[in-house]
Design a protein around this ligand. Structure first.
Ligand code: ADE
Ligand code: ZN
Length: 350
């Protein structure tokens, strides 16, 4: 049911696109568009297993998380030099700013690159330069969250941490990604403890394909401040109550969930239910180059498919994205005022 103050669908879509928002769950390697993969392959003399952009795109038909990850890690193989990381991040930040993203907290997977012989410094210096330039040229603020690949041993995460230390001022927090089932959060309890001691924030992917117990363990064993995905919390009412009470944000990625068959279709996505349960849900793009859209396409797709979502929920999602971010309170206050400016215009509209 729509609230009485709801706008027509096209006007709601415009509102979703124009409202200021933060993006808190995007893997920078997942923003590598096929066109850029081919351009970087040419620049770096890398041979790709697909003859052209169209045939690469045709391979983006995923059965589950692992079938996606195989293609995603292969795509990242074209990233070799600092300017490659810069170009990728700049392209994302430009695209995000066009979606009225005012702030992005961006994941990167250093092990995907260091395992191929690319220096940690090459990765982070390219990303850091793009953050700086995007702030100057586009006014978008951004931060970096370093993810450990959970299919690798904790020892490899510790080696990555050692490589990151000279660049620690560029890093806001740590995360945990890659194949979830069989790689529970507690496998990384020691390295996360060390990272928290360094003053970094902690987040973790949990409850994407894995059970609610993985979410509990991310909270208790890793002290995760946000849960990435987390949609499977709905299988455990006690967990839903805990997440609501403690306002632990869930960074939900609707198009990703449909593409990776967590849900059979957008009409069956539970984002409206999660909001209804009082959770601090945010909508994000995860790997937009692979899943059919950036943050605005994710928002519009949910609101088109789910009748429980209207103007009130649009505003709530933007507010949640600011609340859930690790940005300074003063920035959050300024973004909320901008949001009021956009939503003020919808009052009494029908
Ligand atoms: N790495 C990139 N996208 C991911 C996802 N959706 N889940 C886990 N790891 C990922
Ligand atoms: Zn993710």
């Amino acid at each position: 049911m729509h609230a009485p103050d709801d706008l027509s669908r096209p006007r709601l879509a415009t509102l979703l696109r124009t409202m200021p928002k933060a993006e808190l769950h995007v893997h920078i390697e997942g923003t590598l568009e096929p066109e850029l993969i081919f351009a970087l392959a040419r620049r770096n003399g890398v041979t790709l297993p697909h003859p052209d952009v169209e045939s690469l795109r045709r391979a983006y038909a995923f059965q589950d998380l692992q079938s996606f990850l195989d293609i995603y890690y292969a795509g990242a193989g074209v990233l070799l030099r600092e300017e490659d990381f810069y170009d990728m991040a700049m392209a994302y930040l430009r695209r995000a700013a066009a979606d009225n993203v005012v702030h992005a907290e961006i994941f990167f997977d250093p092990q995907t690159h260091t395992m191929r012989g690319v220096e940690f410094g090459t990765v982070i210096q390219g990303l850091a330069r793009a953050r700086h330039d995007a702030r100057q040229a586009l006014g978008i603020s951004s931060e970096l969250i370093m993810c450990f690949l959970r299919h690798l041993p904790e020892e490899s995460a510790f080696e990555t941490l050692a490589a990151a230390l000279p660049y620690r001022e560029h890093i806001l927090g740590v995360g945990l990604d890659s194949g979830e089932v069989g790689n529970p959060p507690e496998k990384f309890a020691n390295v996360f403890r060390r990272c928290r001691e360094l003053g970094w924030h902690a987040v973790a992917h949990a409850g994407e394909e894995g059970p609610p117990q993985y979410i509990w363990n991310a909270l208790y064993e890793l002290k995760a401040e946000r849960i990435d995905h987390g949609v499977r919390c709905l299988d455990d009412p006690r967990l839903v109550a805990y997440l609501a009470e403690h306002r632990i944000p869930l960074t939900v990625c609707p198009l990703s969930n449909v593409m990776l068959k967590v849900y059979p279709s957008m009409a069956q996505h539970t984002v409206a239910e999660l909001l209804e349960a009082g959770l601090c849900v945010t909508v994000n793009s995860d790997d937009p180059a692979y899943f059919g859209g950036y943050v605005n396409e994710n928002l519009v797709a949910c609101f088109e498919a789910l009748p429980g979502l209207g103007v009130r929920e649009a505003r709530q999602l933007a507010l949640n994205s600011f609340e859930a971010s690790f940005a300074p309170e003063g920035d959050k206050e300024a973004w909320r005022r901008r949001l009021d400016g956009v939503f003020g215009a919808t009052e009494n509209a029908g």
